[in-house]
Design a protein around this ligand. Structure first.
Ligand code: NAP
Ligand code: GDP
Length: 348
């Protein structure tokens, strides 16, 4: 039975990856941050009380800003595989919190790599490491982007991911460690954070459909992204760690759509005319934008045998259906006299 350690297990990808690894028979350990409210909503469905002998998912408090804690955890968990997914992952927020973003995304990765290096030395066992890189690292480089495309990051988040990528390459070369960088293009799901544009759109349009809100405020509708389904992308992470040699891979669908096209697709499912409800708010523009991302995942296809299974239309349909059900539940609660909760996007 293999043991995996996931940082960022409470996030969108962490929750899909934990499910995927548990289904493969792994023991899974996850890093969670202490918060004054529970932040484990995405993994509650798979959590079994650790007193139960059947439990194979264990959670540990820690933070990517706390290197000592990470080293201690590594000695305790003795993982076979580490998936470093933790990040301040929101591009626009990274302009508001550049130092914090750098501390978590760039230095945080370095701290996990140092903990890995120490553990491999101290425990004398091989440990495989996955680093969650991003298509944002390509930024202004023209599409299609693949492993040979030079990075041109356009935000503090993207610059930090580039630093993390090169730390990972350097640790692989300097210490002979098994480290793979995934360069994943945008991937979404019904578990996507509510301030990312896809989920913001499906949350808002379904609420508008149910009469729970009137307007949706957005920024640049012309930006193009290569949007895939998160469940497909965590499979690629695992596949990268099952290879003979560590390497770096672009993971993408190869198709690109604009934010406007996402709106077309989601509103068609609801019979809405989004042009009547969407308003422009410059608050959602970025000081430097990434205009056009479209990945070329030939290497992942040929070497890993990876292919996306969920199409763009199916992705949007899943998100709309899920959020429609949420909007229906909200409507019932309000009718029963409960005060409605603010949506994530309204807090952005
Ligand atoms: P996400 O939903 O925002 O999850 C981020 C995770 O990191 C959460 O578990 C979060 O914990 C944790 N985290 C944040 N700051 C931390 C800190 N200081 N110490 C420890 N944990 C911390 O992101 P995601 O969409 O799952 O993405 C996973 C990874 O892939 C991220 O590194 C992201 O940058 C990268 N990525 C994502 C995409 C995409 O399209 N989704 C594309 C390319 C790369 P809380 O729950 O407590 O906030
Ligand atoms: P990103 O690709 O990691 O930045 O993912 P996002 O989902 O945050 O943004 C995708 C694209 O949607 C970017 O080009 C944004 O500028 C654009 N966008 C337009 N309006 C909004 C908005 O209201 N919120 C967010 N998050 N993005 C928006």
């Amino acid at each position: 039975m293999k043991t995996a350690f996931i940082t960022g297990i409470t996030g969108q990808d962490g929750s899909f990856l934990a499910e995927f690894l548990l289904a493969k028979g792994y023991v899974v350990h996850g890093l969670i941050r202490r918060a004054s409210t529970f932040n484990t909503g995405r993994i509650d469905r798979i959590y079994v009380d650790s007193h139960n002998r059947e439990a194979r998912l264990f959670l540990h408090y820690g933070d990517l800003t706390d290197g000592g804690g990470l080293r201690r955890l590594m000695d305790q968990i003795r993982p076979d595989e580490i998936y470093n997914l933790a990040a301040q992952s929101h591009v626009r927020v990274s302009f508001d919190e550049p130092e914090f973003t750098t501390d978590v995304v760039a230095l945080g990765t370095l701290r996990v790599l140092e903990a890995l290096r120490n553990a491999v030395e101290a425990l004398g066992k091989p440990i495989r490491f996955y680093q969650a890189g991003s298509s944002e690292m390509f930024g202004a480089a023209p599409p299609p982007q693949n492993e040979h495309t030079p990075f041109y990051p356009r935000s503090p988040y993207a610059v930090s991911k580039v630093a993390a990528h090169w730390y990972a390459v350097n640790y692989r070369e300097a210490y002979g460690l098994f480290i793979a960088n995934g360069i994943l293009f945008n991937h979404e799901s019904e578990r996507r954070g509510e301030t990312f544009v896809t989920r913001k759109i499906t949350r808002a349009l379904t609420r508008i459909h149910m009469g729970r809100q009137n307007k949706l405020y957005l920024g640049n509708l012309d930006a193009r992204r290569d949007w895939g389904y998160a469940g497909d992308y965590v499979r690629a992470m695992w596949q990268m760690l099952q290879q003979k040699q560590p390497d770096d891979y672009v993971v993408a669908t190869g198709e690109s759509r604009s934010v406007g096209e996402f709106l077309d697709c989601a509103s068609a499912l609801l019979g809405l005319d989004w042009k009547k409800v969407v308003e422009f708010d410059p608050r959602y523009l970025r000081p430097t934008e990434v205009d056009f991302l479209q990945g070329d995942a030939s290497k992942a296809r040929e070497t890993l045998g990876w292919r996306p299974e969920v199409s763009f239309e199916e992705l949007v349909r899943r998100m709309v259906e899920y959020d429609l059900e949420l909007a229906r539940q909200e409507t019932l609660l309000v009718r029963a006299g409960h005060r409605p909760e603010a949506t994530g996007a309204s807090r952005e």
